[in-house]
Write a protein that binds this ligand. Structure first.
Ligand code: F0G
Length: 467
């Protein structure tokens, strides 16, 4: 018998946390438990988690803000997690014994003075989810979904991935004493992410297909084998990823920024952030909604095309191709959830080119922060939204940086060595990015050689000081 993915609670459940339910995003059917593919048994659409108590008057916004704030100085393991700190707005496990945590979340909000100057923005920030334990935003969702996998008694968890989900899942599975199965497209993910899955002990299968092929196969697998799916189709993942928005608003003193800009791949993260914003508005934690915008790579622009060519009514899939391999996805699973949050918050959806991504990534790197290529679409997208007048320079903007710089060292090294666009149609245009490159200099090991190099660098001008 496979363990069921149920929401039933025993009497041990915390009284403050009522039982959650699953709701279909298509036909709105309600269920107390979910099938292994996390799809509606009536119409096949995706499920989301909701909880009547989240809207009830028993949750006073002022009290919540103060409880969450107090927990920041607590030594309790649950409170030290930047996800479980917000547990009043998360599904509750039967017992805290099941919680699998690496003290995720608690990520910094950085000012971006150099990127502000480049874009003309007065208030530009980065919420750096790459500062999570395994280096990406996936950890905030994984702690919740791994907890429920543990509670349901699963021995195996599994995911299809462009790299970050697999790294995160493998880590949380190991912490929770579960085994993990990773399906990744062969040769299409960064070796640094792959190395994480290997080290955390995952059974890693490199399939001769793309991410979309891996995900299709996983969906079939979960119907046949007792493995628990940890892709963002799993609504528990999205519940955990909501905390990015809770934490961000707390960092802003609950005064919402005007815009939040997020990369779009399988579209789970944008859906989760949007859900959190709407819940915060409902409860009265915030009084207005930031506009949530989604940016895709031109070569993986399924959502952009779905909105432009099909008015958001049916998915326009694409054969995805981009060096931002984390978002090399042509058939995003959560496209309907993402469209709902774009509509609800009044956000935009844009696409950016490979050159624009490389430029933005180097500019974020030059801030002393850095991120992986997929995260840099946010800055590239902001420039476009500014040109279109959708974002105004006087507004407050937050870029969600989803992954750490160290996630894709090949991209960075190739960029700085001037090899990233060699032999591609972008080769000539890429020459415009030369001022942003900082290639290593090979020298004889003499003092003279180093001093001359230093002097040459000094003459060519310092980077602008951070005002
Ligand atoms: N940025 C990074 C660094 C990612 O790893 C991903 C997705 C995204 C953005 C897009 O987020 O899918 O929620 O829209 N990576 C997944 C993975 C698909 O398997 O690691 P999304």
């Amino acid at each position: 018998m496979m363990p069921s993915t149920t929401s039933e609670k025993s009497s041990e459940a915390s009284p403050a946390q009522a039982a959650f339910i699953f709701r279909c995003i298509g036909c709105a059917a309600i269920a107390r438990s979910a099938a292994h593919d996390f799809r509606c048994s009536r119409c096949g659409n995706l499920l989301e988690i909701t909880d009547a108590s989240w809207k009830s008057t028993s949750l006073h916004a002022v009290a919540l803000k103060s409880i969450w704030h107090e927990r920041r100085s607590s030594n309790e393991f649950l409170d030290q997690s930047g996800v479980w700190r917000f547990r009043e707005l998360l599904p509750a496990p039967v017992s805290t014994e099941h919680v699998v945590t690496l003290r995720e979340g608690n990520t910094p909000l950085y000012e971006l003075p150099q990127c502000s100057r480049i874009t003309g923005m007065e208030q530009l920030y980065a919420k750096h989810q790459g500062m999570n334990p395994t280096g990406s935003f996936k950890d905030t969702g994984m702690t919740v979904a791994a907890t429920f996998a543990h509670e349901a008694g699963y021995r195996w968890v599994a995911c299809a991935s462009t790299g970050n989900t697999s790294a995160s899942m493998a880590a949380y599975a190991a912490r929770g004493g579960m085994r993990s199965l990773v399906l990744v497209p062969e040769g299409k993910i960064s070796w640094s992410k792959l190395s994480q899955a290997l080290d955390y002990g995952a059974l890693t299968c490199q399939l001769r297909t793309d991410f979309d092929g891996c995900l299709r196969l996983l969906q079939e697998l979960v119907r046949r084998a007792p493995v628990y799916q940890l892709n963002s189709i799993n609504p528990f993942r999205l519940e955990g990823q909501k905390t990015l928005a809770f934490e961000l608003l707390e960092q802003f003193g609950w005064e919402p920024p005007d815009h939040i800009i997020v990369p779009g791949g399988n579209l789970g993260n944008s859906s989760a952030i949007g859900k959190a914003l709407l819940e915060m508005l409902d409860i009265g934690l915030i009084s207005r909604l930031p506009k949530l915008s989604v940016i895709q790579a031109e070569g993986a622009n399924a959502l952009v095309r779905t909105l432009r060519e099909a008015e958001g009514k049916n998915l326009v899939s694409v054969q995805a191709e981009t060096r931002a391999t984390a978002i090399r996805i042509g058939n995003p699973a959560s496209w309907q959830k993402a469209i709902k949050v774009l509509e609800a918050t009044g956000g935009a959806c844009e696409q950016v080119s490979e050159i624009e991504i490389a430029q933005a990534k180097a500019e974020i790197g030059a801030e002393g922060i850095g991120c992986e290529p997929a995260s840099a679409v946010t800055l590239a997208g902001l420039k476009k939204l500014l040109r279109q007048g959708f974002v105004k320079t006087g507004e407050t903007v937050v870029l969600v940086l989803t992954g750490n710089l160290l996630k894709d060292p090949d991209f960075t090294n190739e960029f700085h060595r001037g090899e990233l666009f060699s032999g591609t149609a972008d080769e000539q245009e890429a020459a415009n990015l030369n001022p942003l490159r900082h290639p290593p200099v090979a020298l004889d090991a003499t003092l003279d050689a180093v001093i001359q190099t230093l002097e040459r660098a000094e003459k060519s001008g310092p980077p602008e000081a951070n005002a």
